[in-house]
Design a protein around this ligand. Structure first.
Ligand code: NAD
Ligand code: TYD
Length: 386
């Protein structure tokens, strides 16, 4: 393989950006990973700067994710601005008003199945939105080098693996869903701004995250909540597709390490080094639930599914996702060796924390399962009934 089209040949020395005292614009901070990142910054780091959470509040954005942070820091060092990353004028205003010196860009349409039903929003937000945000950053910062634009991307841009092999930072891009294609396009534009304009960027490509505040359209929270309610546990295809799972707090820490230590122009793969077939994940969730919330003590599930004796009896194989990527597996040696990052959570502990969080946060769950959510569940799973 040639040296790589994804590696940026020129690296700058670490700029003078001091993330702990920066004025950080977090886009998509009301979503799953963005809200965990904001909480991580305020609770687990020495961050003393100002943080502006800029989010459109689509179906996936939820201010309940951060109500405690807002209570403690709101109006002092934490600010929320409702806005679209395609709105150049609004971004310009936010950059100027809050003297933004770093952007951490999470905002995206993020669900593969939705991208299959309706790709337009994915191109609009992930491609055009990222372009607009880059342009606002470039215009506001000019030639400053003591600033940073960190772009959050995904391992899905690399395509699908067979039974062996890993994704490296040098793996050629080969996206196969409208979601991954839109993320790949945005990665390319971010790199173009580095090469062409010298914008101080960094990029991370991360594997599947899981943990608290995960919107229950994605595999892990969907399975936990369906099981608790005695509903079928839908497994696409043969259940043997493999994902590499990373606890969300580990991802947040990786981003913080990159902001603090990485040279600009660099890309880092971030992964859990934890490959699991989907069916294994679903069975592990059922096992943990048997322990934390035994079926015999769950009258709601027993009423909904009187025929079952274990949660795993609810597993239902359904029609596969079109173009379903078979296997993702990340090699993250670079961030480990160069920046000293490593995962703190193994899958068993991370999954246990996650199941427990959903059992103890019923109010949050009720809040996110609105009319729009029910509409999506009907759309996605009705066509999959065998
Ligand atoms: P999410 O869907 O939970 O949250 C996305 C957030 O972006 C929401 O708060 C939404 O309101 C906001 N948003 C959407 N369109 C917007 C727009 N036009 N303007 C402003 N805000 C907008 O997503 P997530 O799972 O937290 O993912 C965050 C980022 O991480 C995404 O860029 C995603 O591609 C990437 N990523 C996610 C995973 C994962 O497993 N979830 C893995 C690797 C990378
Ligand atoms: P998902 O959480 O949607 O993340 P991604 O598609 O970005 O990897 O899906 C994770 C895996 O689980 C993927 O292989 C698809 C599969 N899956 C199911 O089997 N059933 C489901 O109901 C969902 C939502 C996903």
């Amino acid at each position: 393989m040639s040296k790589s089209r994804n590696t940026i040949p020129v690296s700058q020395k670490p700029g003078a950006l001091s993330p702990s005292s920066a004025n950080i614009l977090v886009t998509g901070g009301a979503g799953f990973i963005g809200s965990n990142f904001i909480r991580y910054l305020f609770e687990k780091t020495d961050f003393q700067g100002t943080l502006v959470n800029y989010d459109k509040l689509t179906y996936a954005g939820n201010l309940l994710n951060l109500s405690d942070i807002d209570e403690k820091f709101g109006g002092k060092s934490y600010f929320f601005v409702r806005g679209d990353i395609r709105d150049y004028e609004k971004l310009k205003d936010v950059f100027a008003r809050y003297h933004i010196s770093a952007v951490v860009h999470f905002a995206a349409e993020s669900h593969v199945d939705r991208s299959i039903f309706g790709p337009k929003d994915f191109i609009e937000t992930n491609v055009n939105g990222t372009f607009t945000l880059l342009e606002a950053s470039r215009q506001f910062w000019g030639n400053r080098r003591d600033v940073r634009f960190h772009h959050i991307s995904t391992d899905e841009v690399y395509g699908s693996l067979g039974d062996t092999g890993y994704f490296y930072e040098t793996t050629p891009y080969d996206p196969r869903s409208p979601y991954s294609a839109s993320k790949a396009a945005s990665d390319h534009i971010v790199r173009a701004y580095f090469h062409t304009y010298g914008l101080p960027v960094t990029i991370s490509n991360c594997s599947n995250n899981y943990g608290p505040y995960h919107f229950p359209e994605k595999l892990i929270p969907l399975i936990i909540l369906n099981a608790i309610e005695g509903k079928p546990l839908p497994v696409y295809g043969d259940g043997k597709n493999v994902r590499d799972w990373l606890y969300v707090e580990d991802h947040c820490e990786a981003v913080w390490f990159i902001l603090n230590k990485a040279r600009t122009g660099e890309t880092f793969n971030v992964g859990g080094e934890c490959e699991k077939q989907n069916i294994e994940v679903v069975r592990e969730i059922c096992d943990i639930l048997e322990e934390l919330h035994p079926l015999k003590d769950n009258p709601a599930a027993r009423k909904q599914a009187p025929h079952i004796t274990r949660y795993s009896d609810l597993i239902t194989f359904v029609t596969d996702r079109p173009g379903h990527d078979r296997r993702y597996a990340i090699n993250c040696d670079k961030i480990k060796k160069e920046l000293g990052w490593k995962q703190k959570y193994d899958f068993e502990n991370g999954l246990r924390n996650t199941v427990s969080w959903y059992l103890h946060n019923k109010k949050w769950v009720e809040g996110v399962r609105s009319g729009e959510y029910i509409k999506w569940i009907e759309t996605n799973y009705h066509i999959r009934e065998k």
